[in-house]
Design a protein around this ligand. Structure first.
Ligand code: ARG
Length: 459
C-alpha cells in the first residue's frame, strides 16, 4: 500500500530497507513539542488570514493539544511507516479530528516545517547552554574569591614558570567560559529568524502572514529568502562550533583537575560526589567525571565535522541528506549540557589545598624572574645579563639541592659581586604575586578587580 501522505503517484509501497534508511522518527520524535508549536502557530495564522475557517483551526488546535499530551504521557504510538515526526503527528491528527487535519499543511512543506522545528530545538539548547555556562562561571567566581591571594605555581610547558594566585587561575577559566557565553548569545541572535512559510522552497501563493507565525514562535522576524530558509543548516553548525570551542575549554580544565587531584600534585581534593572508586584497588579515588568531560570534545567536535561534511556540496534547496543533521546535534547538545553540569558540580564541591599549592609555588625556582628583575631594577644590569646571572644562581642552587632563597649572600656575590641582602626580599612567592599589579596580572588586588567586574556582568 502506498504512502497516505505522498503516495498518490505510487502503485507500490516502499521496500523494508527503503523504509529503514528513510525513517527519522527514531530520533526526530525529540522535536515533537516544537513540531506541535509550529503547527499551532501555522493553523492560527491560516485562520487569521482567512485561508482556514475558524472552526477547522479550532479543531486542529484542540487535536494538536491532545497529541501533545499523548506524547508527554508516553501514550503515543510512533510509526516508522510514517517516516518522521511531522507525518506521525499529522496522521494522528487525522485520526482524532478527521478531514480538517488535511487542511493544516496548506501553504507549508515539511521542508520549512523541519527547519522551523529544528531551529526551535537548537534555540532551547542555546538557552540551556547560557544557563549552564552562567552557573559554571558563578561556581568559578566562588573559588576565585576564596583563594584570591593563595599562591600556586604557574606553568608553561607544564614546567614551573612563575607563581600565580589560585584566584587568577580560576579567573582565566571565567574569561574562557565568558567568551563561550558571548558566542552562545551571538549564535542565538543570528539564528532567530523563522523559516516557516518558506514552504517547499519558493514560498507560496496563499496569502500567508509570515510575521504572525514568526512572532508566535518567538522569532525576531521571518527569514528573508525562502530558498535559504529551507536549505541551510548553518544555525546547527554554529551551535556545534560554539559547543566545540566550549567543550575544548571544558576539556583543558578537566585535564588540569585530573593532574591536580593526583597524589603527586595534591592541588585539589575532589568531592566524593564527583569521584569514583576502583573495583580492585581499595585506595583509589578516581576523577572519572573530569576524565569524561575531557573526552566529550571528541564526540562534539566529531558532530561538527560530520554535519559540516554532510552540508558541503549540497545544491540548493532541500536535500534529504539534511535529515542527518539531527542525531549529531542531539548527541552534541546532550553531552555538552552534561559536561557543563558536571563541571559546575565538580567546581562547586572541590577544595583547593592551600598548603600544597603554596609549597609547590615556592619550589622549582619559581621566583627566578623576580631575581632577574631585581638585578635590572636595583643594580641597573641589562635584562639579558641579569637573566644570565640568575641562570648561574639557579644552577648553583640546583647543584646544592636547594631553592633560590636557601642560597647564602656569599653564594650570591660569588656569581655577581653587586648583589646585596635586599635581594632576599624578592625571592618569596607572596612578594612575587603581590608585585604583579599590571592590568590583568596575578596580584590579588587585580584578581579581586576582575571578580568584581564579572559579578557586575552577571548581575
Ligand atoms: N524528516 C525530514 C528531515 O528531517 C523532514 C523533511 C522532509 N522533506 C522532504 N521533502 N522529504 O529532513
Amino acid at each position: 500500500k502506498s504512502n497516505q501522505m505522498w503516495g498518490g503517484r505510487f502503485a507500490a509501497g516502499p521496500d523494508a530497507i527503503m523504509e529503514a534508511i528513510n525513517a527519522s522518527i527514531g530520533f526526530d520524535r525529540r522535536l515533537a513539542a516544537q513540531d506541535i508549536a509550529g503547527s499551532r502557530a501555522h493553523a492560527a495564522m491560516l485562520a487569521a488570514t482567512g485561508i482556514l475557517t475558524d472552526k477547522d483551526a479550532e479543531a486542529i488546535r484542540e487535536g494538536l493539544l491532545t497529541i501533545l499530551s499523548e506524547i508527554e504521557a508516553g501514550e503515543f504510538t510512533f510509526s516508522t511507516a510514517l517516516e518522521d515526526i511531522h507525518m506521525n503527528v499529522e496522521a494522528r491528527l487525522k485520526e482524532i479530528i478527521g478531514e480538517p487535519a488535511g487542511r493544516l499543511h496548506t501553504g507549508r512543506s515539511r521542508n520549512d516545517q523541519v527547519a522551523t522545528d529544528f531551529k526551535l530545538w537548537v534555540r532551547d539548547q542555546l538557552d540551556a547552554a547560557d544557563a549552564g555556562l552562567t552557573a559554571l562561571i558563578e561556581a568559578l567566581l566562588v573559588q576565585a574569591e576564596a583563594g584570591a591571594d593563595w599562591v600556586m605555581p604557574g606553568f608553561t610547558h607544564l614546567q614551573t614558570a612563575q607563581p600565580v594566585t589560585w584566584g587568577h587561575h580560576m579567573m582565566a577559566y571565567v574569561e574562557m567560559f565568558g567568551r563561550d557565553l558571548g558566542r552562545v548569545r551571538d549564535a542565538r541572535r543570528r539564528m532567530n529568524e523563522s523559516p516557516l512559510g518558506a514552504a517547499a522552497l519558493a514560498g507560496t501563493s496563499f496569502p500567508i502572514n509570515r510575521d504572525m507565525t514568526a512572532e508566535a514562535l518567538g522569532f525576531d522576524r521571518p527569514a528573508a529568502n525562502s530558498l535559504d530558509a529551507v536549505s541551510d543548516r548553518d544555525f546547527a553548525l554554529e551551535f556545534l562550533g560554539v559547543a566545540s570551542i566550549s567543550a575544548m575549554h571544558l576539556s583543558r580544565f578537566a585535564e588540569e583537575l585530573v593532574i591536580w587531584s593526583s597524589a603527586q600534585f595534591r592541588f585539589v581534593t575532589l568531592s566524593d560526589r564527583f569521584s569514583t572508586g576502583s573495583s580492585i584497588m581499595p585506595q583509589k579515588k578516581n576523577p572519572d567525571a573530569a576524565e569524561l568531560i575531557r573526552a566529550k570534545i571528541g564526540r562534539i567536535f566529531g558532530a561538527n565535522v560530520a554535519l559540516m561534511t554532510v552540508m558541503k556540496g549540497l545544491p540548493l534547496a532541500y536535500s534529504k541528506d539534511m535529515q542527518e543533521d539531527k542525531e549529531q546535534v542531539f548527541d552534541a547538545a546532550d553531552n555538552w549540557m552534561l559536561a557543563l553540569a558536571a563541571m559546575e558540580g565538580m567546581v562547586r564541591d572541590m577544595s583547593a589545598n592551600r598548603e600544597s599549592l603554596a609549597a609547590a609555588a615556592g619550589s622549582g625556582f619559581s621566583t627566578a624572574t623576580d631575581l632577574a628583575d631585581w638585578l635590572v631594577r636595583v643594580l641597573g644590569l641589562p635584562f639579558r645579563e641579569a637573566h644570565h646571572v640568575t641562570g648561574s644562581l639557579v644552577a648553583l642552587a640546583e647543584s646544592r639541592g636547594c631553592d633560590l632563597p636557601d642560597l647564602s649572600l656569599e653564594d650570591m656575590t660569588s656569581v655577581h659581586s653587586g648583589i646585596t641582602a635586599e635581594v632576599f626580599d624578592v625571592l618569596g612567592v607572596d612578594n612575587s604575586v603581590n608585585s604583579r599589579t599590571s592590568y590583568g596580572g596575578t596580584a590579588p588586588a587585580q584578581v579581586r578587580t576582575q571578580i568584581a567586574r564579572w559579578k557586575e556582568i552577571l548581575g
